[in-house]
Design a protein around this ligand. Structure first.
Ligand code: NAD
Ligand code: DAU
Length: 332
């Protein structure tokens, strides 16, 4: 049994991690979350009060972070500004939270010799051509494209330096695109599901030939738990479930699963600098730690996700109008 400090635990992946960890282990959890537009305390409803608490605050607050880290056995760092489109509108919060926030956590785990796991993204590697036989491996050089992905790449490099220079006991994971319940409606899959519920045609950026490597959020979080248990200090693990699909195919699957014509969507402005393709080789995670994805059927996972958004309109409705207004301002 351990006490985990989970940053960003009111966000999409972090909240699913807290539910997952409390169900499958006897750990206790403190969530540290600033509750930005992306954090929703409703995502943490129903958790056992004797094993869970929410501390509302900023990971850049060195004093607060130091106090919370001092009583943790391990830190799992999910908190971030996470949306590429927002990083193109205003990069500043990305630099602050993703870089300065990570620095603040690293200094605290260094001071208290606390185990640290850093959640990152496959986007640090840049993108692949559609016909490239290669997939991302941990040896691949970093080549990020957007303010978001470059701030995540920088945060990974801080972690590596704190391991090497100061002996911090850290691991890093870089995961591909997650889907599942409690994802903000600004992201691709929930945006299209909620558009269809609202009678709006789904919106495909550019040609829609861009490929993402989809993984269910619970498979991501099972891998994170496994790395916390048995990962090698200083090691980087890539997390992916062989889920490559182009955006057009995903939009067509959502339409069909929701009883609509597969072609009932529209093309909108492309994202500037839009990465073409991500693809993960998760061999190290599978071979070293014995992790395997459970959600191998994307269509079944998508249907369950659609059902979740249909059943939880109270959760997403307050965010929807602002997201659509911001997309409309970009012609998206
Ligand atoms: P999210 O935007 O849904 O949640 C981010 C959470 O961090 C929110 O609860 C927000 O309130 C909190 N937060 C933001 N700034 C903060 C600050 N300064 N102090 C404290 N809390 C703050 O993000 P997500 O999609 O759940 O992503 C979580 C992590 O996983 C991120 O590090 C992201 O880079 C990484 N990741 C995401 C994906 C994906 O597909 N969503 C894939 C790979 C990696
Ligand atoms: O690869 C991991 C990354 O996946 C994470 O690091 C990021 O935090 C997460 O947001 C996600 O980044 P993407 O930019 O790939 O996700 P997004 O949901 O914004 O878009 C997925 C794809 O869908 C992308 O090619 C852009 C496209 N898209 C997106 C939206 C919102 C559309 O075609 N239409 C849309 O309305």
């Amino acid at each position: 049994m351990a006490h985990l400090l989970v940053t960003g635990g009111a966000g999409f992946i972090g909240s699913n991690f807290v539910h997952h960890a409390l169900e499958r282990t006897d750990h206790t959890v403190t969530v540290l979350d600033k509750l930005t537009y992306a954090g929703n305390p409703a995502s943490l409803a129903g958790l056992p009060a004797d094993r869970f608490e929410l501390a509302t605050g900023d990971i850049c607050d060195r004093g607060l972070v130091d106090a919370l880290v001092s009583r943790a056995d391990a830190v799992v760092h999910f908190a971030a500004e996470s949306h590429n489109d927002n990083s193109l509108n205003d990069p500043e919060p990305f630099v602050r939270t993703n870089l300065v926030g990570t620095f603040s956590l690293l200094e605290a785990v260094r001071a208290h010799d606390v185990r640290y796991h850093h959640i990152s993204t496959d986007e640090v590697y840049g993108d692949l051509e559609l016909d490239d036989p290669e997939r991302f491996t941990p040896e691949r050089p970093y080549n990020p494209s957007s303010p978001y992905s470059s701030s995540k790449a920088g945060s990974d490099l801080l972690v590596r330096a704190w391991v090497r220079s100061f002996g911090v006991r850290a691991t890093i994971s870089n995961c591909s695109n997650n889907y599942g319940p409690r994802q903000h409606v600004e992201k691709f899959i929930p945006r299209q599901i909620t558009n269809i519920i609202d009678g709006i045609r789904p919106k495909l950026y550019g040609t829609g030939l861009n490929v993402r490597d989809w993984i269910h959020v619970d498979d991501h979080n099972a891998a994170v738990l496994r790395i916390l248990e048995a990962g090698r200090i200083g090691q980087t693990y890539l997390i992916g479930a062989d889920g490559e699909l182009d955006n057009r195919t995903v939009i067509e699957k959502i339409l069909v699963a929701m009883g609509r014509d597969a072609g009932d969507y529209e093309h909108v402005n492309d994202r500037p600098g839009h990465d073409m393709r991500y693809a993960i080789d998760a061999t190290r995670l599978r071979a070293e730690l014995g992790w395997e994805p459970v959600y191998r059927d994307f269509d079944a996972g998508l249907t369950a996700t659609i059902d979740w958004y249909r059943a939880n309109e109270d959760w997403w409705r307050p965010q929807k109008a602002a997201v659509e207004a911001s997309c409309a301002a970009r012609g998206q």
